[in-house]
Structure formats: C-alpha cells, structure tokens
Write a protein that binds this ligand. Sequence first.
Ligand SMILES: [Zn+2]
Length: 278
Amino acid sequence: MGRPDFPKSLKEFQARFRDEEGCRQYLAACRWPEGFRCGQCGAAGAFELPQRRLWQCKACGRQVSGTAGTVLHRTRVPLTVWFWAAYLVTTHTPGLSAVQLQRQLGVSYETAWALLHKLRRAMVNPEREPLKDRVEVRGKAAGWVRLQVVPDASARSLTGFVRRTVTPGSVILTDRWQAYAPLPDLGYHHRPRTQGPPERAGQLLPHIHRVFGNLKTWLGGTHHGVGHDHLQAYLDEFAFRFTRRRTPMAAFQTLLGLASGVHGPTTYDMLYRSESTR
Ligand SMILES: [Zn+2]
C-alpha cells in the first residue's frame, strides 16, 4: 500500500466522492496509507467520529482530526464541495475565477473566493527540489517554472531569488541586466544574452518568453487583472498549472496529497497577509 490512487475519469470521481463519507475515507487513506496508527501510543485501532471528522485511538483515547494540517481543517464547507473545487481547479484549463467557481458549485462568492485561495496556497510545495542544470531567469520553462514577486530589479532581489530556487553549478540564462553580474561569484555559470529590440526577446530566452506570454493572457483573460496583494498566490497557481499541464488528474491528487500533512492550515488572516513573504 502507499498513497491512495486518484480517480481517472469524471465518472469515477462522481462515484467515489458522491458524499461526505467517500471524501472522509479518502482523507484517512491519504493520512494513514497503512491504516490508522496513533501518534501518541502507537496503537492501530480507532473509533471514527464522522460528524467531527475525528479518529479516536481505541487504546489511549486520543482524538486526531483527519483534516489537521490540511487546507480542509476546521472548514464548515462540505468536503464534497472542496473536492469538486479541487477537481475543477486542477482540470479546468486555463483555470477558474471565483465567479466561475461560484456558478459551478452553487456556493456564495465569498465561499468560492476562499476555496480558490486556499487551494492556490496548497499549490506550493515547500519541500520541492531547487531547480538545476539550465535555468532561464526569471524562471524556467519547458519543464518546471518558478515565479516570484520581487520588490525591485536590484542585484539583491534577483540574485536572492536565484539562490533560493536554483542549485549552484547550474547554467543561468538571463538578459544583460547588470543586477545579474554577481551570479558567477555565487557559484553559477552565468550566460547573459544580448538584448536587442523587444521582438528579439523570444529568440534569446524562448521558454520564459512563452511563459510570460501565457501568464499575461491568463491574468488578463481569466482574472481581469490582479491586485499586487495577491499576485504571488496567482503566480504560484500559474506555476503549478504550467508544471502539471499534461497531468491534470495527477495534479488533483497532488493538491490533496500536499494538503495531507505537508502544509499547515491556511487561516483567513493568512490569506490577507502578504503572500510574497513566503
Ligand atoms: Zn493511542
């Protein structure tokens, strides 16, 4: 046994997650792939308290929430709604706005907005590997992409981004902006490309040029522009989507898998704090 598999079709999804119980069992399977195991005494059996989404150890009586540490913690929204939201967000290209989600799920705009932002937060895996080999700043395309809001275009900001996301020894392709000059001293193989007229940018850094084209279309078309406060959250969603663009159903599982244990719960306060400080 390992992580539970994920539905491979819409029909399978409907059958498996048609009610709270189906979703609850899936959560438990994500949390305890080998079956319940008490974190306190190590015993294996548990009583289930479905209404409160709790499991109670048969040996020591300790109660454990099946949603602790996930985006679903303490939510009043039914799990079925969450699962549908995650399904729609991961399978709908090029992504949904809160208004679209509101219509699809028949929930309030406030609920749809909060669901979307919490799911976006779950799209960032803090344990992901740094990029390596050949990297185009600002970001990398073709395989993986990382996007981050930086306060300015200074050397401190830009090399800081590179150091956080790229393994030293990698080849870094950039334009000739002087702020990238310290990269060789930081252990990177820096290959600045001469910048000419804007229409040449696509030839110099083709991958990232295409990513930014897609990104602008997505932000402008789906979301009708985005305020600076939440820009990082949208960039995270875009990067998640781009990286998993050929495996949307696996992305759904990743979203729920990430939500199982890796992440702390997102509170309403956290949504309104600056997303760019992560
Ligand atoms: Zn116990």
